[in-house]
Write a protein of this length. Sequence first.
Length: 148
Amino acid sequence: MQDPNVVRREMRIPAPPAAVFALMTDPENILRWMGTEAQIEPQPGGIYLVNVTGARFARGTFREVVPVHRLAYSFGWDGSEVVPPESSLVEIDLIEQPDGTLLRLTHSGLPNAEQCAGHAEGWAHYLDRLAEVAAGGKPGPDPWAGRV
């Protein structure tokens, strides 16, 4: 039986894994689809720090980095007692496909169904923006800017 407090998302992105990986690990590239500030050190022990909406920092530490194939990092929110920094785990696998990349995301360690639903909504929003950028599009200003 699957854990109900785990977010799972799978999507196809019409770009090669190397391009998707670069959009997720380079601070300037991240800001094309998510956030207003980013400090990313994609190596084990490196920092993951993104001001996602301009009003809230996600903070964690990279646990695993396999270039162009896999990222795993701890995750939480500065100032949150419910999902504090380092309290959950995000795992992203990028699988090469004939038409691009299959992205598989698992976000585990969330404390309850409410947080799971909120994070599922957030990942859906931002991964859709990532896919648009990877396909050569421009998603425009983030409608979630300023959201806490």
